[in-house]
Design a protein around this ligand. Structure first.
Ligand code: ADP
Length: 259
């Protein structure tokens, strides 16, 4: 009886994992298809940009290939590569990818207020989380608007956010000027398979996957949304402090945000 239950739980976990990967894969295919579509349109008029669009599509395809390699690594039970990361640099490294994924009518702006604060995460996993948030923002803006990503050194005072204790966090806030969410939608967004998107466009797994990632990192995710105005999703990741190294009292070039 008990082993049957465990088997069911295992199948559920496998189902969620596969669905999550399908979701990421779908985002990458969106990059490939977008690039190819632009290449086709520019073919007769502007061969130079055709080259660029094909390069973009190839980069998307390479990311998808990297994802399947990771999936294979996972099935061999290889561990994630968790390392100290500078969130601002990670976001800056994604700027080309974000520009291309979001299209010309969406302005992407990034601001880094982390100073020398670092967090610990698997680089590819964190990049996928940010890409997921950006794709949600794009969909909410119907392809037109502003996406802002602010990475910051945040000291949580006594009143903690969600399950987060008071302490030092690296925060990544992704804001859009999209249609926002009603309180009813906000309540359900972390449920696996909850989506308001048309069939074939949403799997409802993006935010539940991000929730799992944040849980595992012992962080928190916070939503703020106003219907008709936009949404801000803020990730709280514990600050990484190197053992045995002196830690500066304050961030040199950016004052920590007080919440
Ligand atoms: P999916 O994107 O496949 O629908 P998610 O779990 O990523 O799955 O999102 C679930 C739902 O949350 C979306 O269908 C949408 O209704 C809502 N949502 C997520 N991000 C945003 C956003 N930035 N603005 C407005 N609604 C959002």
């Amino acid at each position: 009886q008990e082993s049957k239950l465990r088997q069911v739980q295992k199948m559920e976990a496998v189902g969620q994992l596969t669905g999550g990967i399908a979701h990421d894969f779908n985002n990458m295919l969106a990059v490939v298809l977008g690039g190819l579509e632009l290449a086709r349109r520019s073919l007769s008029k502007d061969p130079k940009s055709t080259h660029r669009h094909i390069d973009n599509a190839m980069e998307g395809a390479n990311r998808a290939a990297a994802l399947t390699r990771r999936l294979l690594a996972f099935s061999r039970e290889e561990a994630l590569h968790v390392e100290p990361l500078a969130a601002g640099a990670l976001v800056a490294g994604m700027s080309d990818l974000l520009d291309r994924t979001l299209g010309d009518a969406i302005t992407v702006s990034a601001q880094d207020l982390c100073g020398d604060w670092m967090t610990c995460a698997d680089r590819h996993q964190l990049e996928n989380v940010i890409l997921n948030l950006a794709v949600n923002a794009r969909d909410a803006m119907h392809g037109r608007g502003t996406l802002t990503i602010v990475t910051a050194a945040t000291q949580l005072a006594e009143q903690a956010v969600g399950r987060c204790a008071a302490g030092d966090y690296v925060t990544i806030a992704v804001s859009d000027t999209g249609h926002g969410m009603t309180p009813e939608v906000m309540e359900r967004v972390f449920e696996p398979f909850f989506t308001t998107k048309p069939i074939g466009q949403g799997t409802g797994l993006g935010l539940s996957q991000i929730f799992a990632f944040i849980r595992q990192a012992e962080g928190e995710i916070h939503l703020a949304s106003t219907p008709g105005e936009g949404t801000t999703v803020t990730l709280y990741l514990p600050r990484y402090v190197a053992v045995g190294l002196a830690v500066p009292e304050r961030v040199s070039d950016a004052a920590p945000m007080q919440i």
